[in-house]
Design a binder for this molecule. Structure first.
Ligand SMILES: NC(=O)C1=CN([C@@H]2O[C@H](COP(=O)(O)OP(=O)(O)OC[C@H]3O[C@@H](n4cnc5c(N)ncnc54)[C@H](OP(=O)(O)O)[C@@H]3O)[C@@H](O)[C@H]2O)C=CC1
Ligand SMILES: Nc1nc2c(ncn2[C@@H]2O[C@H](COP(=O)(O)O)[C@@H](O)[C@H]2O)c(=O)[nH]1
Length: 325
């Protein structure tokens, strides 16, 4: 198997078919809705809050609210009252079952439910997918995280409508060091490996460091990418602002860090400071433009035209050109 990550791959251009990049459309259909970009901010406390989620929903972007220290029922109700779709995260513990039951009892069906645990290839995930599908069959269920084809096959067979791939490639992740496991350092080829067997959409989660990594993820089989650090640290981002030597930073911490958990137990995440980067809407606008360029380099007009290109692997044992035959 080829092993590579985002920084070791470049996509090869095909003859341009447009006169202007404005003809290229990076939008996509996901779970019955159309979104402007194949990008979703990570469901983490220092990346999204209710205000950011509402803004994303009202401006044509997908979002997934985090699942920490909030009442999901109140959140779904407020999103619906605001005329927005609801997209929540749950875990696999008894309070998460109660949340599903309360939502169903009140007839508040979130359009999207993400089951968000560290090791998503687990009976606990099969059980909660079954529970959600029984109580709220209309909800689109995203399940993860996983890092192998076997896990993708199981999650799809258990009823997940999409899977989230990425164990440990995140910027504030320390899973690799703490446990010796994961897709950190080879996330892009893990994605390729998983996408070969997937019959439903994959969200590639973690390790996106450049806008071009979004196009690379699409090329290797992702329908959507989840982005944490690059979308943290904006003016609108939640998280404490810290001044260091006259420069402004915002905190960004892992969901499995002691900062998020409130205790040092099964810690697999850390806290870093991200330089404050301006407005989130500006970063999303730039991502949109960059993806339009990617599509034009792919010789296409639509997002999935990126899937048609060849690529090269730079350096290392697997170096070489890879042609689509
Ligand atoms: N994408 C990634 O690489 C990672 C992401 N995270 C994020 O951190 C947050 C907290 O995650 P998580 O700790 O799962 O959430 P929870 O603490 O809610 O754990 C979920 C459940 O899964 C169990 N569990 C967790 N890890 C394992 C494991 N390795 N083997 C068996 N059972 C396990 C827990 O039990 P118990 O605690 O008793 O073991 C608990 O019952 C989530 O948002 C998650 O996405 C965390 C690590 C890696
Ligand atoms: N191993 C851990 N992974 C975590 C933790 N908190 C979040 N995450 C994952 O990281 C991505 C974001 O990655 P980035 O490279 O874009 O910053 C996020 O979506 C989660 O899957 C954690 O504490 N430990």
């Amino acid at each position: 198997m080829e092993i590579f990550d985002y920084d070791k791959v470049l996509l090869l251009p095909r003859k341009c078919r447009v006169e202007s990049r404005s003809e290229c459309d990076p939008s996509l259909e996901f779970g019955g809705r159309r979104f402007k970009l194949p990008v979703v901010p990570a469901n983490m406390k220092t990346v999204v809050d209710e205000k950011v989620c509402l803004w994303l929903a009202q401006n044509g972007f997908f979002y997934v609210m985090h699942r920490f220290d909030l009442d999901n029922v109140k959140f779904v109700r407020r999103m619906k009252e605001a005329g927005a779709f609801a997209s929540i995260s749950v875990g696999v513990k008894p309070p998460d079952y109660e949340t599903i039951d309360r939502l169903a009892a009140e007839g508040l069906v979130p359009e999207y439910i993400t089951i968000d645990i560290a090791h998503g290839h687990a009976d606990s995930v099969q059980n909660i997918i079954g529970h959600i599908k029984k109580k709220m069959p209309a909800a689109f269920v995203i399940a993860g995280n996983v890092g192998t084809p076997e896990a993708v096959i199981d999650l799809e067979n258990w009823g997940a409508d999409a899977t989230k791939v990425g164990i440990g490639p995140g910027k504030v992740c320390i899973t690799r060091m703490k446990t010796g496991f994961g897709t950190g350092g080879w996330q892009l080829s893990a994605l390729k490996w998983c996408a070969r067997v997937a019959t439903k959409p994959i969200i590639a989660d973690g390790g996106i460091r450049e806008h071009g990594d979004i196009a690379k993820s699409i090329r290797f089989g992702a329908t959507m990418v989840m982005v944490g650090s690059m979308l943290a640290g904006h003016e609108e981002s939640p998280g404490e602002t810290v001044e260091v030597d006259g420069r402004l930073f915002k905190e960004y911490y892992g969901s499995a860090s002691d900062f998020n958990k409130g205790e040092y137990k099964h810690v697999e995440g850390k806290r870093i400071l991200e330089p404050v980067k301006g407005k989130l809407s500006e970063t999303l606008r730039e991502m949109h433009e960059d993806l339009q360029s990617s599509i034009s380099y792919a010789g296409g007009t639509k997002l999935m035209d990126i899937r048609k290109v060849n690529y090269v692997i730079l350096g290392g044992d697997n170096a070489g050109e890879h042609l689509l035959m």
